[in-house]
Design a protein around this ligand. Structure first.
Ligand SMILES: Cc1cc2nc3c(=O)[nH]c(=O)nc-3n(C[C@H](O)[C@H](O)[C@H](O)COP(=O)(O)OP(=O)(O)OC[C@H]3O[C@@H](n4cnc5c(N)ncnc54)[C@H](O)[C@@H]3O)c2cc1C
Length: 416
């Protein structure tokens, strides 16, 4: 761990999600003073299922939070089901390439939050309203949305870790439309009150049909979380109707059957529901002057890659490493940081687009391909090959590789 005195440098971290917490932890480790602002009135908890791969665990180790993170994944049976109750052996998330630990987003955020030193300042209900920079610093106008007041403060660095629809990105880099790439799918995620009917709590259950699917992700110590994901021709229009009505319409008109029916009922009473369109963020550069974006704000790989949390933590960890290595030049630090990260992130974005067909087949052909893959994975002759792909193939290696490892110092190419 690099612990250096950086002469009292102050960084504004925007967003108290996984990436923002990791950035604040790492900045503090290298001697900076992070100030976190969060739009919400308090810290969120709960959330949907998250897989943490080797890349994320290695970063968590360096951030000092790995021992607080528990793999809650269940080793039950994986089923591919039909609406009327048909069951076949299926593939759960643990059968995907890599060796993930499973938890909720809230578990991971709580682990990071608990490790934040008590003197790290966190201001809730606060958003950036204006960001102006010169060669020596950044002036940020901060609005307290509860009190309706604004102040302008100066920082040495601004880290935008404010998610897919980042305000920092909009203020400094330009409008969302320039960077957001819709995949034309929706994601609806929530926690079940108990196991799906006819299944153990530890079962992984998938119901896949053309353009729509249901996944139940099991935990060994609690009820599963469910993901409903479906194709849309108009993501904007999805937000104009009550979400429960829209989801019931998409998964109809056929009778849902017991498992999907229970999930749709649970959606109606769930307290915390994620309902959002699936979008990637594509940018030519993740930094401008003394402003840098991390996590979903910069590169959202989508849930289909299963690497948003791991890349957010790894990106934040490497950011600290590069700032510590280039104490005299934020430009060199950010340029070197991006040069190290970009090849892996671009690979994972491509993987996110490809993995979509496993989560939700777009056509009958993709559904048939999915079924063939299931069979291949279970046949005595081919299952060892499948296991090899899953644990040692390129995707697995990319997800588990410690790509934020400090490694040897390499020259940074700063373009004029
Ligand atoms: C259904 C689903 C399943 C997923 N599964 C996985 C998985 O298996 N593995 C995995 O690695 N990833 C997964 N992901 C992705 C992962 O959840 C995200 O990549 C990750 O949470 C991004 O973290 P973040 O901190 O970058 O952004 P966010 O989690 O979006 O956090 C941003 C924070 O900034 C705050 N904020 C927003 N705007 C402002 C503002 N203007 N001012 C101040 N604060 C602001 C927000 O309130 C929030 O607290 C999944 C995502 C979904 C939706």
């Amino acid at each position: 761990m690099d612990v250096t005195n950086n002469g009292g440098r102050r960084a504004l971290v925007v967003g108290l999600g996984i990436s923002g917490i990791a950035a604040a932890l790492r900045l503090r480790q290298i001697g900076w003073t992070p100030v976190i602002i969060e739009r919400a009135a308090g810290r969120r908890s709960g959330g949907y299922f998250i897989a943490l791969f080797g890349a994320g665990r290695a970063a968590a180790q360096r951030l000092g939070i790995l021992e607080r993170i528990i793999d809650r994944g269940a080793d039950g049976v994986s089923y591919d089901i039909g609406r009327a109750g048909r069951r076949r052996p299926g593939l759960g998330f643990r059968d995907f390439p890599g060796r993930p630990w499973l938890m909720t987003r809230g578990d991971l955020e709580a682990a990071g939050f608990a490790a934040l030193p008590p003197d790290v300042e966190i201001r809730y209900a606060t958003v950036p309203a204006r960001i102006e920079q010169d060669a020596d610093g950044v002036n940020v106008t901060l609005t307290d949305t509860a009190g309706g007041t604004s102040t302008t403060e100066r920082f040495d660095l601004v880290v935008g870790a404010d998610g897919l629809r980042s305000t920092v990105r909009r203020l400094v880099f330009g409008p969302h439309e320039r960077y957001l790439h819709r995949l034309n799918y929706m994601a609806v995620a929530f926690q079940m009150p108990g196991a799906l009917p006819g299944h153990d709590q530890s079962d992984s259950v998938v119901l896949a049909e053309p353009r729509r699917s249901m996944w139940a992700f099991p935990f060994k110590d609690g009820p599963p979380t469910v993901l409903l994901t479906y194709h849309t021709d108009d993501a904007q229009a999805e937000f104009t109707r009550p979400k429960v009505d829209r989801v019931r319409e998409v998964f109809g008109p056929e009778p849902p059957g017991p498992a999907l029916g229970a999930a749709l009922d649970a959606l109606e009473s769930a307290e915390d529901v994620l309902f959002d369109s699936v979008e990637q963020v594509h940018m030519d550069s993740w930094h401008r002057g003394r402003v840098v974006l991390v996590g979903d704000a910069a590169w959202c790989v989508t849930l289909y890659a299963g690497m948003g949390a791991s890349t957010g933590m790894a990106g934040a960890d490497l950011l600290g490493t590069m700032l510590a290595r280039h104490p005299g030049s934020v430009t060199e630090a950010l340029t070197g940081w991006e040069q190290r990260l970009r090849p892996t992130i671009e690979y994972l974005q491509g993987n996110g687009r490809r993995m979509r067909s496993l989560f939700v087949p777009a056509t009958r052909f993709e559904l048939a391909q999915r079924r063939i893959m299931l069979r291949v994975s279970k046949m005595p002759v081919t299952s060892p090959l499948f296991l090899r792909w899953r644990t040692r193939g390129k995707v697995a290696r990319m997800k588990d590789a410690d790509f934020a490892h400090p490694g040897p110092d390499v020259p940074v190419r700063v373009h004029a």
